[in-house]
Every structure is written in structure tokens, then in C-alpha cells.
Design a protein around this ligand. Structure first.
Ligand code: NAG
Ligand code: NAG
Ligand code: NAG
Length: 286
């Protein structure tokens, strides 16, 4: 429970990482991107994710946090290990609750996919796909994905540290940070509702969604941020609205996830964009 709450808080803060990146929509990602080059991609990753999910009750939460940590420019930089002269994002103080199981779910997917179509699928796309599979396993409907992201070659711990919001940031600050990334207050509430997935089992997941507002009211807020969102006049109506209609919440959550996962991506091969062979290290230079 304590773990789940800590995880959920990290999820909220991870949302705001990379907050200073310039924002720009791209339309180059495609749902059929791997249809010819890796037709078994989705079925393969569905299997590896299922296996991971049945063996870990924190993996869905862990992976969702990794997605938010990485996206707003999803390039799998969050997966890179530190090298002797560079401390990676993963090793920043704030990564403490990025769960090892979440990283492992992506590593396992990558290993399986390299077996069937070597050198074809980026780690950045796998993060997106594994996240979707785990959300389905946690009891939510399937949604469509768009692919074609490339992996970055840099990851710096100070990027994560500099952009982390303070624990006591006000809702106004949260709204401003999201607005800087072209997300409305409503989209922000929809995304933050995703931390309910931290309770990976279906029944608890549903309980949290159905009882979102009553839980916040009765228990003084599972998260400080929940409490604040419930109280703030600009976010309260959305919290109430999503609490009353979970299919509406899920629909908006998926739309905001997709928006986040397609902004600032690298999709043109170049000096800082490649398909990593091992998600933890950049490819050796030829
Ligand atoms: C960050 O995570 C990695 C493993 O994912 C771990 O080796 C490292 O020690 C963590 N950093 C801190 C500061 O805890
Ligand atoms: C949700 O909360 C209501 C009361 O607030 C309670 O009666 C109901 O059992 C709760 N739902 C679940 C699934 O626990
Ligand atoms: C809940 O939201 C869905 C999706 O927008 C909508 O179709 C449905 O009518 C809503 N249900 C209620 C009870 O308002």
C-alpha cells in the first residue's frame, strides 16, 4: 500500500519531467508502421507482457511511470544506463520508485522482438506498446497505437532533477506546467486519473475509479495531489465528471496518452536517433 502510494506520487511528478522541451506535434507516426517489417510485434509483446504481469503486481504501475518519465519526447532515454562519464536519467535521485519490474517488462519485450525481427523495433515504441498491453491486462479496453519513434543517444540525470516539480507545488503550478506542454487542465486531470492503475488488480482498479471522489473526501486524499485537484475550482469539475463516468475518463485518458506519446518524438534517422539493439545502451558507433 505504502509502495503503491509512493509509486502513485512518483507517477504524478514524473508527468512533469522534461517540462522544458519545446513542444511540437508530429503526424509522422503510423499505426501500420511495423505491419510489413514485424507483423508479429503486437502478439509477441502481448505474451511477454502477460507473463510479466502475472508475475508482478507492480509492473503496470511501474511501466506507466516509465512512459510518463520518457514521453513528451519519447525516445527511450529513460532506459539508458549511466556510463563512467555520464549519469543517466534512470540514476537520478528521483528514479527511486521507477520500478525494476517496469524496466524489465520492456527489456523482456525487446529480447523477444529481437528474436523475430532483429534491429527493427525501437525501444521507444516498445515502451508505448508494453504500457498499452499492461493497461489492457489491468482490465481496460484496448486502444490503437502509432509507431515510428527512434531512440535517442543521450540521457542525463540533471534533466530529470531540474524538471521535477516540488512536492508542494500548487494546482496552479501543475496547470501551468501542463499548459506549457499544450495540455489543458481537463487533460491533466484525465492523465492524473491514470495513477489508479497503480492498483494493478482489476477489482481495486475499478474501486479506485468508481469511488474516486468519495475516496478522496473520506480518507483525506490518497495523494496530496488528488486532494488538491479535488479542491481546486479549475480541476474539481473534471474530477467529479470522471468519477461519475469511468468510460468517459478512459476515453480522455487514452486521448491524452496518445497526445503525450506523439509529441517531440525523434522520427528522422540522424546523429541522435537510432533503433537501439539493447535498450540499456546506445549502439556502438560504426
Ligand atoms: C536508479 O535505478 C537504477 C536501476 O534501474 C539503479 O541501479 C540506481 O541505483 C537508481 N538510482 C538511485 C539514485 O537510486
Ligand atoms: C464505493 O463506495 C461506496 C460508498 O461510497 C460503497 O458503497 C461501495 O461498496 C464502493 N465500491 C466498491 C467497489 O467498493
Ligand atoms: C459516459 O461517457 C460516455 C463516453 O463519452 C458516453 O457515451 C456515455 O453516455 C456517458 N454516460 C453517462 C451515464 O453519462
Amino acid at each position: 500500500m505504502v509502495k503503491a502510494v509512493a509509486a502513485a506520487w512518483f507517477f504524478v511528478t514524473a508527468l512533469l519531467l522534461q517540462g522544458t522541451l519545446a513542444t511540437q506535434f508530429t503526424t509522422a507516426l503510423r499505426s501500420d508502421f511495423y505491419d510489413r517489417t514485424c507483423p508479429e510485434l503486437e502478439s509477441t509483446v502481448a505474451l511477454t507482457s502477460w507473463y510479466k504481469y502475472t508475475n508482478s503486481d507492480v509492473v503496470a504501475a511501474g511501466d506507466l511511470r516509465i512512459y510518463f518519465h520518457d514521453c513528451w519526447g519519447c525516445d527511450a532515454s529513460v532506459m539508458l544506463m549511466s556510463t563512467p562519464d555520464n549519469e543517466a536519467e534512470k540514476d537520478a535521485q528521483e528514479n527511486l520508485s521507477l520500478s525494476g519490474d517496469g524496466f524489465d517488462a520492456i527489456t523482456q519485450a525487446k529480447l523477444a522482438v529481437e528474436e523475430i525481427c532483429p534491429g527493427v523495433v525501437s525501444c521507444a515504441d516498445l515502451i508505448t506498446l508494453v504500457t498499452r498491453e499492461l493497461i489492457i491486462l489491468a482490465g481496460r479496453p484496448r486502444y490503437k497505437l502509432f509507431y515510428g519513434r527512434l531512440d535517442g543517444r543521450t540521457s542525463r540525470a540533471e534533466d530529470a532533477i531540474a524538471l521535477l516539480p516540488r512536492a508542494r507545488d500548487s494546482v496552479d503550478t501543475l496547470i501551468q506546467n501542463f499548459a506549457n506542454q499544450q495540455f489543458s487542465a481537463q487533460e491533466m486531470v484525465a492523465l492524473l486519473g491514470g495513477h489508479t492503475i497503480g492498483f494493478a488488480h482489476c477489482s481495486e482498479f475499478d474501486y479506485r475509479v468508481y469511488n474516486y471522489s468519495s475516496t478522496v473526501k473520506e480518507r483525506g486524499g490518497v495523494l496530496e495531489s488528488d486532494q488538491l485537484l479535488f479542491e481546486h475550482p479549475l480541476t474539481k469539475p473534471f474530477v467529479n465528471m470522471y468519477a461519475a463516468n469511468q468510460s468517459l475518463w478512459y476515453q480522455d485518458f487514452v486521448a491524452a496518452m496518445e497526445k503525450m506519446g506523439t509529441m517531440n518524438v525523434k522520427n528522422t534517422p540522424g546523429p541522435d536517433a537510432e533503433i537501439r539493439l539493447d535498450c540499456a545502451v546506445t549502439n556502438p558507433r560504426p
